[in-house]
Write a new protein. Structure first.
Length: 515
């Protein structure tokens, strides 16, 4: 192996000596760039976070207090770490990440906010009744806090409970109250159903706490729960207004989806006003029909009298009771039923381009507007008996902003395509340059390893001399060519002839010996 490397080094040294100064400079530059690229790639791979090495994320989105406790514990345990995201993210060596997590878990880091029922894990002898009640309230607040923080939309939460002392007089008993402050996760937002869920979660967890006595705020101080808690009239009005808005929004969305599929996007604007009936009427009606009667009961009696002064006779009595036809109706009107609808639809016209490319506005026909009006009526459930009204108008929309946005988007797309083309052209040019450079280097190396043979000047011009081949040699060459052709075309016959020759050759000496 050592001899091989010695010969290789000697050959490379010989080739290097044969190169010119320019060739040596080009070769040195290529080797230097290659080595520099490999070294840069190795350094980059070492600093990159990977599964088999480098730094990996231990904890993210930590508060400053928690981050300080975690880094202090890592320093004490001897783990190397890095901080990112302004100190909210802690990175450790990828090979020791699980070991570091278990070490921090032993000391309960990062610590959970709030304390729960673990306050009662240790028996404190001699604790006062006041402290016991205070710890019970703290534990309940901590458990509710952890439960609320378990929601995907909540990043952190704080729960405050006010639980008055019980009183022997009911009129002096104060109700329990609660306040919840939540911090939403990035990009998340609460819906009303989720706020109601938190309200009922807290009210169901605390004895004697009513949902009306719970307030929920976000980290900016905005009230998320209903501001009309405790006022039945205001709560009813708020619910009625919300129901009306939901009905209007639903009907408008249905009509807009219909018109968008027919006319195209941004070609129609719809506004629906719904007048709902929130009066709850419980009505009982009794109607009698004097012309209709039904036999309810009938009683008949027969009496035979004999030997009376008047002679024998028979007395008949009949009693019939009739019932007048009666209808009883119990009506309960539905709350929130639609009393009246008012629909307004504005439709944009058509735009045609002339030969010069200029757009001209063209209004829609009356027949088309009538068809659109019929479709809208069927979509919203138009009822003339309720006094519903609808107006469909054709007018030109102001699309200056839309036109400018389209122009800007077209320019952006144009520049993006140009940059993409330039990028590919640049990559192609670099690739071609590298190929030409490598080709030139290869050609240089080949020329250096195979130098041209020097031409010797003999002092006279060489002339081409034709040599005549003798007829015997030419005949022999022709025979050889024929034999070769026969061997390729008829190998079986040639093999038989050779076998026959060999048999004749072996038989001839045997005959001579016998004689």
């Amino acid at each position: 192996m050592a001899e091989f490397f010695k010969q290789l080094i000697a050959q490379l040294a010989a080739v290097w000596q044969k190169l010119s100064l320019q060739q040596k400079m080009v070769t040195s530059a290529l080797v230097g760039f290659t080595v520099l690229g490999l070294v840069s790639l190795m350094l980059w791979s070492k600093t990159t976070v990977s599964s088999d090495g480098g730094y990996r994320r231990l904890f993210a989105n930590l508060e400053m207090e928690d981050a300080a406790q975690v880094t202090a514990a890592l320093d004490k345990a001897g783990y190397k770490y890095k901080l990112e995201n302004d100190g909210h993210t802690v990175l450790v060596d990828g090979k020791k990440i699980y070991e570091a997590r278990m070490a921090l878990a032993k000391v309960n880091l990062p610590s959970k906010k709030g304390v729960g029922y673990e306050l009662f894990d240790k028996n404190n002898i001699g604790i006062t009744d006041f402290a016991q009640k205070l710890n019970s309230k703290r534990a309940l607040e901590g458990e509710l806090q952890r439960t609320i923080e378990g929601l995907d939309e909540v990043k952190s939460a704080r729960v405050h409970l006010v639980m008055p002392e019980p009183s022997i007089f009911l009129e002096q008993q104060k109700p329990a109250t609660a306040s919840v402050v939540v911090k939403m996760a990035s990009g998340r937002q609460f819906e009303k159903a989720q706020v109601s869920g938190i309200v009922y979660l807290v009210s169901s967890s605390v004895e004697g706490l009513k949902p009306d006595n719970i307030s929920i705020l976000d980290c900016e101080g905005k009230l998320l729960s209903s501001p009309y808690q405790g006022d039945e009239t205001a709560m009813a009005s708020s619910r009625n207004l919300e129901l009306s808005q939901n009905v209007e929004k639903n009907l408008s969305a249905k009509v807009e989806r219909l018109l968008e599929g027919v006319l195209g996007p941004n070609k129609a604007h719809v506004q629906v006003s719904a007048d709902l009936d929130f009066d709850q009427v419980d009505k009982t009606m009794e109607q009698y029909n004097p012309e209709s009667k039904v036999v309810r009961s009938e009683e008949r009696s027969d009496e035979n009298v004999k030997k009376s002064p008047d002679g024998d006779r028979t007395n008949e009595k009949s009693l019939t009771n009739y019932e007048i036809d009666k209808t009883v109706e119990h009506l309960v009107s539905q709350v929130g039923s639609i009393k009246r609808l008012t629909i307004s639809v504005a439709i944009d016209g058509l735009y045609e381009k002339d030969k010069a490319g200029k757009e001209t506005y063209k209004p829609r026909s009356a027949e088309e507007l009538a068809n659109i009006q019929d479709m809208v009526k069927n979509t919203v459930g138009y009822d003339p008996s309720r006094g519903d009204q609808i107006a469909v108008a054709n007018m030109q929309f102001v699309n200056e902003q839309l036109v400018s946005d389209k122009v800007q988007m077209a320019e952006d797309d144009k520049w993006q395509k140009i940059m993409e083309i330039l990028k590919y052209v640049l990559v192609l040019a670099v690739a071609v340059l590298i190929v030409l450079l490598l080709r030139s280097l290869a050609k240089t190396l080949v020329e250096a390893m195979n130098p041209p043979i020097p031409r010797v000047n003999l002092g006279y011009e060489e002339e081409e001399v034709e040599v005549e081949v003798p007829s015997e040699i030419r005949h022999s060459n022709e025979l050889l060519e024929r034999v070769e052709m026969m061997t390729r075309e008829e190998p079986v016959n040639v093999a038989n002839i050779i076998r026959q020759w060999l048999m004749e050759t072996s038989a001839a000496p045997a005959k001579g010996k016998k004689k």
